[in-house]
Design a binder for this molecule. Structure first.
Ligand code: NAD
Length: 291
């Protein structure tokens, strides 16, 4: 049976570091500040935004939640971002994804000052990730996955890693982190056009699933003893659940855990790490700004 990689526990360790770092900053008169911009009423986005604000409060980080109506114009969102770029109390800015369809998300991301782009999506930070320049911001979810892999004591050097999914927020940065110097994995990125995906996945000592399809990765995709990191967060209908749905990952957990050596659960795996790494990035932004 696979060892469970406990994301809640590792996230608590990261958050304990954040508390320490925040108190050191405060000792120098600097209060880290995060602004979260929500456009519209998407219920899942509201939950994410509120949990980010709550986490800031727990850590003593100043947070500002800016809610714009669902018919907000591109110019209004840009004006909000520009105002926050110039606000010295704010060190990190994120615009919750996905915005309503009239909003061009790419243009909004490019408008965020790179030194406040704590999501790590601005092209300047993407370039720094590719260049292995540690002054950039690494996207929170893949950064959290790397931390989980380290916490589980898994050797990445020379390991075969397969990342399923090539999105800009998870798959691509995850692949870059795994192959970077110091991590030194041999990385394959698989996606919706990959042929014989199961065979590709079976090569993996470290398998990262970021597909967005419930329980897509099954036991026969997994090499005996592999480390499996499940990024997926999917809602599936479940009449027996109080809310009428349950959360599940991209990996069929029960059967996969009979083959894998170590595995993250959903919930309680990558999810808590994402928010913890956002706090880390905000503190990093405040630290750099105050130097
Ligand atoms: P996305 O839709 O942007 O990308 C999905 C990727 O999966 C694509 O690159 C696509 O090529 C690939 N894919 C789709 N169908 C496939 C198939 N049949 N075979 C192989 N590859 C296939 O999604 P995303 O934003 O990268 O998110 C992926 C999952 O991770 C989602 O479930 C999302 O909710 C979750 N997520 C979780 C967190 C977290 O904090 N835990 C953060 C971000 C995303």
């Amino acid at each position: 049976m696979a060892k469970l990689i406990d994301g809640k526990k590792v996230a608590e360790e990261v958050l304990a570091e954040c508390i320490q770092e925040t108190s050191e900053l405060k000792g120098r008169g600097v209060v880290p500040g995060l602004a979260v911009v929500l456009v519209g009423e998407d219920p899942a986005s509201k939950v994410y935004v509120n949990s980010k604000a709550r986490k800031c409060e727990e850590l003593g980080i100043y947070s500002e939640k800016i809610v714009l109506p669902c018919d907000a114009t591109q110019e209004e969102v840009l004006a909000t971002v520009r105002r926050l770029n110039h606000d010295p109390a704010i060190h990190g800015i994120l615009v919750q994804s996905p915005p309503p369809p009239q909003i061009n998300e790419e243009e909004i991301v490019r408008a965020i000052a790179p030194e406040k782009d704590v999501d790590g999506f601005h092209p300047e930070n993407v370039a720094k990730l590719v260049l292995e320049d540690p002054s950039g911001f690494v996207p929170c979810t893949p950064a959290g996955c790397m931390r989980l892999i380290q916490a589980a004591g898994v050797e990445t050097k020379g390991a075969e890693a397969v990342v399923v999914g090539r999105s800009m927020i998870v798959g691509k940065p995850m692949a870059l982190l795994l192959m970077a110097r110091g991590s030194d994995a041999t990385v394959t990125v698989a996606h919706s056009r990959t042929s014989d995906l199961a065979a590709v996945c079976r090569r993996a000592d470290i398998l990262v699933a970021a597909v967005g399809i419930p329980e897509f990765i099954q036991a026969d995709f997994i090499k005996e003893g592999a480390t499996v990191i499940d990024v997926g967060i999917n809602r599936v209908e479940d009449a027996s659940a109080k809310r009428g749905y349950r959360l599940c990952g991209d990996v069929a957990y029960e059967e996969a855990s009979k083959v894998a050596g170590a595995i993250t659960p959903v919930p309680g795996g990558v999810g808590p790490m994402t928010i913890a790494m956002l706090m880390k990035n905000t503190i990093k932004a405040a630290t750099v700004a105050s130097q």
